[in-house]
Design a binder for this molecule. Structure first.
Ligand code: LMR
Length: 399
């Protein structure tokens, strides 16, 4: 039956994990997927999450279906974390929210909502962006357009080009913005630049479509990392937000996040809610319950929330310390090039500037795996492998 089915390409990010697993060399390092690792290179279950697990276990809750839009307490607490408890759309009951299958699920339902209900059927994505954005847009029925974002020459933000492209986009365009810790570059606009962007969005009546997968990972402080989202909302933009708890709570496989849309009134919110349900029900009926209960337990108990905030900061700080170490090693080894960006970039990734052929050599000769765009997941490094990694990079760059 499937004789004519062609083999598809491996996923640009998750395919790396498959290659890494197949490698039997003990020196192998996986810096592909953005998943936090502890100082021993092991996956990390946050202690606050383990505590919440114990609390839930004792409660002996049932396994009934959730409503189509998810666990109400989770939806409330999660969006308060993103928008702030005092956020006007929350207080005025005009934020439409649905629990989502993490960030990807939020993006997919969010883009389907745009495709069905927004006059404009295209979405502007930064260059570069997370590889999956393009595929999600296409599947949702949107045309993916591009705006310039990163400047390889300065390994920083090309703010002038970014503004130029956003100004040149037709009025009312949907523009995807990484709220913080831009993936893959680790380069974010400053608060002043966000303010300027908000003004341009107003003038051009653009629609801000935020993806916030790393709240807490940029600065170690979830409130600070939510600056762009909160500022745009304060300025009156009716944003759409995709929120993920994969990274900041380490709930990768639980698939828990939210999709939310700021609406103009409770009545409009009710209509938007009803249309979201029509997208979710035929896609996966209703979301999984466990991750939402974990998040809800942590965010509703002040002590547990405090503990979690400390753990997020710890993860962010470990990555910052690794950046410093990696930079020092590369310089010590007299690796050709300027490596300051390793220290200045933020979030989970460093966009090293390594070329695809160099990435291939790292895999083939040194058993080190990263995405072909030269992105490394910083957390995959630790005291046991950072030296080997820096030496290998240095050798490959020296050619
Ligand atoms: C990544 O960029 O590595 C993460 O967002 C994980 C994923 O699903 O790609």
């Amino acid at each position: 039956v499937w004789a004519n089915v062609k083999a598809g390409p491996p996923d640009a990010i998750l395919g790396i994990t498959e290659k890494f697993k197949a490698d039997t060399d003990p020196k192998k390092i996986n810096l592909g997927v953005g998943a936090y690792r502890d100082g021993n290179g092991k996956p990390y279950v946050l202690p606050s999450v383990s505590k919440a697990e114990e609390i839930l276990f004792k409660e002996k809750l049932d396994k009934e279906y959730l409503p189509i839009t998810g666990l109400a307490s989770f939806d409330k607490l999660a969006t308060e974390l993103a928008y702030g408890e005092d956020s006007a759309p929350i207080k005025e009951n005009r934020l439409a929210v649905t629990q989502s299958l993490s960030g990807t699920g939020a993006l997919r339902i969010g883009m389907e909502f745009i495709a069905e209900h927004y006059p404009n059927k295209s979405i502007y994505l930064p260059t570069p962006t997370w590889g999956n954005h393009n595929a999600i847009a296409k599947r949702a029925g949107l045309t993916a357009e591009k705006y310039r974002y990163f400047d390889p020459a300065t390994v920083g933000l090309n703010f002038e080009a970014l503004k130029e492209d956003i100004k040149a986009a037709p009025e009312g365009s949907v523009i995807l913005l990484h709220a913080c810790a831009h993936n893959p570059t680790g380069v974010d606009p400053t608060q002043e630049q966000w303010k300027e962007l908000s003004q341009i969005f107003k003038e051009k009546k653009h629609f801000p479509f935020f993806d916030m997968a790393y709240q807490g990972f940029a600065s170690g402080d979830p409130v600070r990392d939510a600056f762009a989202v909160r500022y745009f909302v304060e300025q009156g933009h009716q944003i759409l937000l995709c929120q993920s708890f994969a990274k900041n709570l380490g709930l990768y496989g639980e698939r828990v996040g939210t999709l939310s849309l700021v609406t103009a009134s409770p009545e409009e919110k009710a209509r938007v809610d009803s249309q979201i349900k029509l997208l979710v029900r035929p896609a996966y009926s209703n979301p999984p319950v466990h991750g939402a209960r974990l998040v809800s337990t942590i965010l509703s108990k002040p002590e547990l929330k405090e503990q979690w905030l400390g753990e997020v900061k710890e993860m962010a700080d470990r990555i910052i310390a690794l950046r410093e170490k990696l930079y020092n090693k590369l310089v010590e080894l007299k690796t050709p090039g300027e490596w300051g960006h390793v220290k200045s970039q933020i979030g989970m990734f460093s966009f090293t500037g390594l070329k695809p052929e160099q990435v291939d050599q790292l895999a083939e000769k040194y058993h080190i795996y990263l995405t072909r765009d030269g992105r490394i997941s910083m957390a995959g490094l630790n005291d046991n492998n950072i030296e080997y990694f820096a030496e290998s990079v240095s050798k490959v760059v020296k050619g």
